[in-house]
Design a binder for this molecule. Structure first.
Ligand code: FAD
Length: 510
């Protein structure tokens, strides 16, 4: 076989061949030299140690003496194709020792050419990698096993790198991705965890966070999903060459989220029933408060007029009691004032409510759930467009719920006008850097531009018959929003119907 001529090499010092011989003899690598047909010419002591064959056993025999006859023929074919072309070959073969035991050999065959480029022999270098292979397989099997367990786990699992990119996930995670219809639910879950006002609280040792319950709201009629999330930091040793001595590691966040939606749905049912009863009672008390306030308001005007007339009469008639009519009227005014004071005393006081951490989406959802019956009865279709995760607020949940309920009630009433055909209610929520914005938009007749400020006056109503309410709804709503440091506006730019926008600041209540 003819090979390309090699470049001249520097002349070898006389001592070197002996050194080469010693180096090859003492090398801890099985070395064999064969003729061009793989008939063995030389083996070193390491070859003897690895194979169990003595030089006498193998010299003159083909290297195939080592074959266990289980290596696929294609491998030998490619081996011979390469080495016959003068190229070296590396690969793994199953070999059999003299005693019949098998081992996995990692072999490199290098063709040796003479100064004229002719192939003269082959140099074989091999080592027993059975143990390395066993360990590799073990790692691979363990990895496969862990992946199967993680994949089959009945909870969402995702491993995130320092940039919060998902580097590993499981079947449940992929299912959640499909359910929520988004690219990566992990950042959403993390945002929900961070949106809690207590997110900065120190976490228990070992956990970045533990059993944090988060709520993900979905647009449309989809019920919210609830997850109990835990996060643990895991570290991986740096496998780059330059970190071999220097060390170093990468940190990952293992996010585990258990879907507790069905459990929460049960809880929600009980909570809704209690809420409904509480809100019905609140509404009854509010109606009473409104009626009494309206009665006091209506009576105060005429009574004040009569009182000033009595005063004038008394001044004209001189001495007190000189005019019996004036005296009788004064008595009547006095009893009227007493009756008014009695009425005022009967007005139920506003219930004090402690501020707590609230989820605005949850309050809006409560109101829509409570109003379902009325919405259906009025043939109103609801378009619920929440921001999937809203930052938590500090506020008075019952007051805010009543506020949203009053706005939804107004919308239902506006669209329930006989003969009104368009009956759509759009409720949306979103967060800006410093506030949470809620928009409640109906497709009713709207509020004429000249009345858009007047509707906030107490006891003002645009309904000819007064509707179910006495006209204190919007003024009370505005008061609740003001108590939270926010604003309530009627969007004058709305093309049709009425759009009320509530903005609540994100800072805590003082
Ligand atoms: P064979 O009948 O020998 O050959 C099977 C196929 O290999 C043939 O169909 C043919 O495609 C190809 N082939 C074989 N000989 C030649 C040739 N001279 N020219 C071109 N193609 C040929 N094998 C091991 O199993 N374990 C080893 O540790 C090992 N070490 C080797 C070290 C060196 C330096 C060399 C050169 C070869 C080594 N071999 C080794 C390969 C060995 O020589 C045999 O080719 C192989 O063992 C297959 O043997 P076989 O009897 O099963 O099949």
């Amino acid at each position: 076989m003819t090979m390309n001529a090699k470049k001249e090499v520097a002349t070898m010092p006389a001592i070197l061949p002996a050194v080469f011989q010693q180096a090859v003899d003492q090398a801890d690598l099985a070395i064999s030299i064969t003729d061009t047909h793989a008939n063995i010419l030389y083996v070193n002591p390491a070859f003897v140690r690895v194979t169990g064959y003595s030089p006498e056993d193998v010299i003159g025999h083909n290297e195939s003496i080592l074959s266990n006859k289980t290596t696929p023929p294609e491998i030998y074919r490619s081996l011979w194709q390469r080495i016959s072309r003068g190229e070296s070959w590396s690969g793994r073969l199953v070999n059999r020792r003299k005693d019949g035991s098998k081992y996995l050999a990692e072999l490199t065959i290098t063709p040796v050419t003479d100064s004229g480029g002719n192939l003269v022999s082959f140099l074989g270098l091999h080592r027993d990698i059975t143990e390395v292979h066993r360990l590799e397989r073990q790692v691979k099997n363990q990895k496969g096993l862990i992946e199967s367990v993680v994949d089959a786990a009945p909870m969402v699992i995702a491993l995130l790198d320092a940039d919060e990119r998902v580097v590993l996930d499981n079947h449940e995670y992929k299912k959640l991705t499909a359910d929520l219809g988004m690219a990566e639910p992990a950042p959403l879950l993390l945002a929900a965890i961070r949106s809690g006002l207590d997110a900065q609280a120190p976490s228990p040792a070992g956990y970045a966070f533990l059993d944090r319950e988060v709520r993900i709201d979905r647009p449309g009629s989809g019920t919210p999903r609830w997850f109990s999330c835990s996060g643990t930091w895991v570290e991986e040793e740096d496998d780059r060459a330059d970190a071999f001595f220097a060390g170093g590691h990468s940190r990952y966040l293992l996010l585990v989220a258990k879907d507790i939606s069905s459990f929460r749905a049960q809880q929600e049912k009980a909570r809704m029933a209690a809420l409904q009863a509480m809100m019905a009672e609140e509404e009854r008390v509010n109606t009473l408060r409104e009626s009494l306030s309206a009665a006091v308001f209506q009576l105060e005007g005429p009574l004040n007029m009569v009182a000033s007339a009595v005063g004038m009469l008394a001044r004209r008639s001189g001495a007190p009691g000189a005019n019996p009519m004036a005296a009788a009227l004064a008595d009547a005014v006095h009893s009227g004032e007493e009756a008014l004071a009695g009425l005022r005393a009967m007005i139920p006081a506003q219930r004090a409510e402690a501020a707590s951490v609230i989820n605005t989406n949850e309050l809006l959802r409560d109101v829509l759930d409570i109003s379902t019956g009325r919405l259906l009865a009025s043939g109103i279709s609801v378009n619920w467009k929440p921001q999937a995760v809203l930052p938590a607020l500090q506020g008075h949940p019952n007051k805010l719920r009543s506020l949203f309920k009053a706005l939804v009630d107004n919308a239902i009433e506006a669209m329930s006008t006989r003969g009104w055909r368009e009956r759509d209610l759009i409720v949306s929520s979103s967060a800006t850097a410093d506030s949470i914005e809620v928009s409640i938009e109906d497709s009713g007749p709207g509020i004429p531009a000249d009345l858009q400020l007047k509707v906030f006056e107490p006891f003002f109503t645009t309904r000819r018959d007064g509707g179910r309410h006495l006209g204190t709804g919007l003024s009370t709503a505005q008061q609740i929003v003001a108590d939270h440091g926010g604003t309530l506006e009627i969007d004058a730019t709305a093309r049709k119907g009425c759009r009320v926008v509530v903005r609540l600041p994100r800072q805590k209540l003082s």
